[in-house]
Design a protein around this ligand. Structure first.
Ligand SMILES: Cc1ncc(C[n+]2csc(CCOP(=O)(O)OP(=O)(O)O)c2C)c(N)n1
Ligand SMILES: CC(=O)[C@@H](O)[C@H](O)COP(=O)(O)O
Ligand SMILES: [Mg+2]
Length: 648
């Protein structure tokens, strides 16, 4: 009978990680070798991410948990689902991808999140949070319907546990009494320190006065184990962490059997508990595991964000190789602009859904902490919370990445647009985002907002435009408005000291020509300028216009461009159904497509583009200067080879 005493201090000479290609190899080791595997796995994770950059702190925090889960459970037959998936680098190393781990988040390389097409050990793709319990319940029910016996384990963080979807899933799982294991990875961190009552509740559970020894926890488990297993569980050594519950924990009230909290870095705790949980026979179980984000790498442990996401770094010092920015980032320009506007208007409030630094709301929070609201990973709530504020005369700026706003779409339609409430949406990460890939691309907000009545929809072509568009949103007080801008740095243009509101629905001519018209919505404007230079070299006089507004569209500008040019191209960082569709609709309604105008709408291709650098992705999408020139020549019907284009 295995002895669960795992306190091992000396390791064998042979590195064990080198002998592990898949978890089957791991499970062939003796239990007292697991500690060494975890230590080597942590070092490999640190070394790999120092080369690639990426999400870091979360993975470090689950090294022991990852090793223990793959040791105890028969993966991939037992389904192991990682919520968000940003913590899955150690999981990837143990599941046959160590040889490619240094290709993480690069073109053609491994995804930065779990991905079904990448491995049988990734039963569910992730990246947007709080989906793991729902997906796990689906797999558990499928198993039961087909008479299967495998386990399903969903690992979800305390941050992800702040999203409503997690409760919808637990509520359903509890009611169905499905055999499902949820591991709550509680490291008391989201991207920023966690917010919300759930976080406070977990802290109470974690630091409660009365502790239950693991033997007590084992007894809890024993009650539900068949006798032979109960005996085994009784041999589990006494440990100091656990929790005596007076009433049930929240999770037990939802129908889950609650175990914990246990120390997620101590294999002496993890292995016996996971083994007992594995062998339990019925019902949903929640194992509350307490970990430290950034564990085992002092620079990460010491940093405020626990190195949630890093660029390449020096392992010895933790110093990140951050390039000197050529221009301010859009997120910071947004944050600074909002601060200036709010200094003049005390009705302005800032809202984020657990992304304060990524949205620039952290800048606003420093200036106006009483008017800043981080609602946790709760985009649906963020939108309707903003709507409630707007009904009382406040001017809420709801700053949510394009991709994450998808999570609150019905709230945008039902609570904001129909009631025409003046919620201001600051939509960062519009367009392709690069290393985070398809799950984070802001491809659809032009389409999913453009079809909604009442909305004013703007796109900033550079950081100066962004400043003025924030001022414009402040002034729009009778209907919702959306302002989109991309991830990353601006173009390095001169910014106004104070934002000047624009005339709503008015675009601008940036360069006047007479044969080709390029009508841009957003930051593809820079590529249009390069393309126009190339077209001029081919004798093609080109007008460049910046639409600024998709709704209301500057119809006079669109008709003028159509009347005065042979070719009219629209270009946007978005899917079909967005700006180009609105322009085509307008031209068609005015009979402008009945004659000789050669019109093309340049949009993202109708596929989910895998991660790469943003420029490589835009080139692949044909939305760079080369692609624009090629499109013009295609429209003109001339035989044009892109390789003749001299563009850098
Ligand atoms: C719907 C959604 N909103 C926001 C994010 C951005 N995000 C990625 S990880 C993260 C924090 C997750 O916290 P937690 O679940 O505790 O994981 P940890 O990083 O602490 O391991 C957030 C907010 C997301 N991935 N999905
Ligand atoms: C895992 C996750 O969803 C976030 O960490 C996201 O990757 C942040 O994106 P940015 O790096 O664009 O802020
Ligand atoms: Mg966390």
């Amino acid at each position: 009978m295995q002895n669960w005493n795992i306190a091992v201090t000396t390791y064998s000479k042979t590195p064990l990680l080198d002998t592990i290609r898949t978890p089957d190899d791991l499970r062939r080791l003796k239990v007292d070798q697991v500690r060494q595997v975890a230590d080597e796995l942590r070092q490999e994770t640190i070394d790999a991410v120092s080369v690639t950059g990426g999400h870091f702190g979360a993975g470090l925090g689950v090294v022991e948990l990852t090793t223990a889960l793959h040791y105890i459970f028969d993966t991939p037959r037992d389904r192991l689902i990682w919520d968000v998936g940003h913590q899955a680098y150690p999981h990837k190393i143990l599941t046959g991808r160590r040889d490619r781990i240094r290709t993480l988040r690069t073109g053609g390389g491994l995804s930065g999140f779990t991905k079904r097409t990448e491995s049988d050990y990734d039963p569910f793709g992730a990246a947007h949070s709080s989906t793991s319990i729902s997906a796990g319940l689906g797999m558990a029910v499928a198993r039961d319907l087909s008479g299967g016996k495998n386990n399903v384990i969903a690992v979800i963080g305390d941050g992800a546990m702040s999203a409503g979807m997690a409760y919808e899933a637990m509520n359903n799982a509890g009611a169905m009494n499905s055999r499902l294991i949820v591991i709550l990875n509680d490291n008391d961190m989201s991207i920023a320190p966690p917010v919300g009552a759930m976080s406070a509740y977990l802290s109470r559970l974690y630091s409660g006065k009365t502790y239950r020894s693991l033997r007590e926890a084992a007894k809890q488990i024993n009650k539900r184990l068949p006798k032979v297993l109960a005996d085994r569980a009784n041999r589990v050594e006494e440990y100091s962490r656990g929790f005596m519950v007076g009433g049930g924990t929240l999770f037990e009230e939802l129908g889950f059997y609650y175990v914990g909290p246990i120390d997620g870095h101590n294999l002496d705790h993890l292995l016996p508990v996971l083994k007992n949980v594995r062998d339990m026979q019925d019902g949903p179980i929640l194992v509350h595991v307490v970990t430290q984000k950034g564990k085992g790498y002092p620079p990460a442990e010491a940093s405020a964000d626990k190195y949630h996401a890093v660029v390449k770094f020096d392992v010895a010092t933790g110093a990140q190789a951050k390039a000197k920015p050529n221009a301010p980032s859009y997120q910071n320009v947004f944050g600074q602009s909002l601060v200036k506007e709010a200094a003049k208007d005390d009705k302005i409030v800032g809202i984020t859904a657990a992304m304060p630094s990524g949205t620039g709301i952290d800048i606003f929070n420093k200036a106006f902490p009483d008017r800043t609201f981080d609602v946790g990973i709760a985009e649906q709530h963020a939108v309707t919370f903003a709507a409630g504020l707007a009904t009382e005369g406040y001017k809420p700026f709801c700053a949510i990445y394009s991709t994450f706003l998808q999570r609150g779409y019905d709230q945008v339609v039902h609570d904001v647009a129909i009631q025409s409430l003046p919620v201001r949406f600051a939509i960062d990460r519009a367009g392709l985002v690069g290393a985070d890939g398809a799950t984070h691309a802001g491809s659809f907000d032009n389409a999913y907002l453009g079809c909604l009545p009442n909305f004013v929809i703007m796109a900033a072509s550079d950081e100066a435009e962004l400043v003025n568009m924030v001022a414009t949103q402040v002034a729009i007080n009778d209907r919702p408005s959306a302002l989109r801008y991309p991830r990353g740095e601006g173009r390095g243009v001169e910014m106004p000291e104070v934002g000047v509101p624009m005339e709503v629905g008015k675009g601008r001519i940036v360069r006047q020509g007479n044969k080709i018209a390029l009508l841009s919505f957003g930051t593809r404007l820079g590529e249009c300028e390069k393309a126009a230079d190339e077209l001029a070299a081919h004798g093609l006089s080109t007008t460049i216009a910046d639409a600024r507004f998709m709704k209301p569209l500057d119809v006079d500008l669109v008709l003028k461009l159509a009347r005065e040019h042979e070719v009219l191209l629209t270009i946007e960082e978005g899917s079909i159904g967005g700006f180009g569709s609105h322009v085509m609709q307008t031209l068609a309604e005015h009979g402008m497509l009945d004659g000789g105008l050669r019109m093309r709408a340049m949009v993202l291709p109708d596929v989910f583009l895998d991660h790469d650098s943003p420029n490589a992705m835009y080139a692949r999408a044909g939305l760079d200067a080369k692609g624009i020139v090629a499109k013009v020549f295609e429209a003109l019907g001339k035989d044009f080879k892109t390789e003749t284009v001299k563009l850098a």
